[in-house]
Design a protein around this ligand. Structure first.
Ligand SMILES: Nc1ncnc2c1ncn2[C@@H]1O[C@H](COP(=O)(O)OP(=O)(O)OP(=O)(O)O)[C@@H](O)[C@H]1O
Ligand SMILES: [Mg+2]
Length: 353
């Protein structure tokens, strides 16, 4: 069996349950019957199931592991024990890099429930199919966005989400450093938080991240993490990307999706919006501003970040990616203004250039 064809079928079947055979046959220029043979073999292996007859036949991935757990939160509960006893038996066969990521993510998110949620119980699950390992943890506590909003006295939960994505955010600085969600969300290919009133998704694309925000009525907090079983990513590579130099330890860089600073129907124009974005940047040596999904920015917004703030904080290296031509024009204008001003920080440079 051609592994490319197998992988293609497994990756496409969820979106194309009824026409995966035709789609694959076209893609690989082979007969439909050849693909039907593949589908039969994958069905026999228990990786997909078929329902319906002939033309109406539909295929779907099988969750060959689907386990759920429920525990009352008591002080004796330890996240590493839950990992070893409940989850590890179902993931032991994975490559060690993926196993390490699953362990890190699961134990960090469970620990958060114990330490931050005020929930009396916790539910978690492990699901696996041919292309995905899915770990999910939910509690019925105070809710992550509400907790952050309240603790940091922010105006609304969206602002709480913006702060959370920057990293180094904790409501318990005596015991925590605010790293768990930042790193976990970058180790998995898909990371989701549902907690009233927001639904936050971070997706790993080929060279990039995609961030989406929607609404949710979820009580408490639900975190879902997904990674392909054959992922090549390592935990160390993720830590290294946010450390000062390769192979050194530390969390000195952050990557901020600018679109989270923008509210429904708004443009990024004002100095106060920029100030909201800039809060706590001084905890990092390097800040990568990601303009994905932002078409344009206003002059004051750009000026506040790239001139005013940069002059106040010359030690912080502010970089940017995914900017449109309009955004770039705005940024360059403020930097040109800098040249006529007191000082042009050498550190301001576009990553793409
Ligand atoms: N399940 C939860 N319920 C309520 N609030 C939460 C939950 N999980 C996280 N939080 C909030 O989000 C903040 C950030 O969590 P994160 O795991 O990134 O950092 P931390 O737990 O504070 O520190 P670290 O993970 O480095 O020990 C927490 O400080 C807490 O305010
Ligand atoms: Mg944590």
């Amino acid at each position: 069996m051609n592994t490319k064809i197998r992988e293609y079928i497994l990756n496409q079947v969820t979106e194309h349950p009824g026409d995966v055979a035709t789609l694959t046959a076209n893609e690989f220029q082979v007969s439909r019957q050849t693909i039907v043979n593949y589908l039969t073999k994958l069905t026999n292996e228990g990786l997909i199931t078929a329902s319906g007859k002939t033309r109406a036949r539909k295929y779907e991935l099988v969750n060959f592991i689907d386990k759920e757990f429920f525990k009352l939160v008591v002080p004796e509960l330890q996240e590493d024990v839950l990992w070893r006893e409940d989850i590890l038996p179902y993931v032991k066969d994975l490559n060690s890099n993926v196993l390490d990521i699953c362990q890190y993510g699961f134990t960090e998110i469970i620990r958060n429930v114990f330490d931050h949620s005020e929930s009396k119980n916790v539910e978690y699950s492990i699901k696996r199919n041919a292309i995905c390992v899915n770990l999910s943890v939910s509690d019925s506590g105070v809710g992550i966005f509400n907790k952050i909003q309240k603790y940091f006295k922010l105006n609304d939960p969206r602002h709480a989400l913006l702060e959370l994505t920057k990293g180094k955010l904790t409501s318990d600085p005596q015991h925590h450093s605010g790293e768990g969600i930042f790193f976990t969300s970058r180790m998995f290919d898909r990371f989701m938080i549902l907690s009233n009133p927001l639904h936050y998704t971070r997706l790993s694309e080929v060279h990039d991240w995609l961030v989406e925000v929607g609404e949710s009525k979820q009580k408490g907090t639900m975190v879902t993490m997904e990674i392909p079983p054959y992922s090549q990513r390592t935990m160390q590579s993720v830590f290294d990307s946010y450390a000062p130099e390769k192979d050194s330890y530390g969390f000195t860089k952050t990557h901020v999706p600018i679109k989270l600073a923008r509210y429904e129907g708004e443009q990024l124009v004002s100095r106060s919006q920029a100030r909201r974005l800039l809060a706590r940047f001084e905890r990092f040596q390097e800040v990568l501003l990601d303009f994905e999904g932002v078409k344009t920015i206003g002059q004051s917004f750009a000026d506040e970040i790239f001139r005013v703030y940069q002059l106040e904080h010359p030690e912080i290296n502010i970089m940017w990616i995914n900017e449109t031509a309009d955004v770039k024009k705005m940024i360059m204008r403020t930097i040109v203004n800098l040249e006529t001003g007191v000082k042009k920080p050498d550190s301001v440079a576009s990553q793409k250039d």
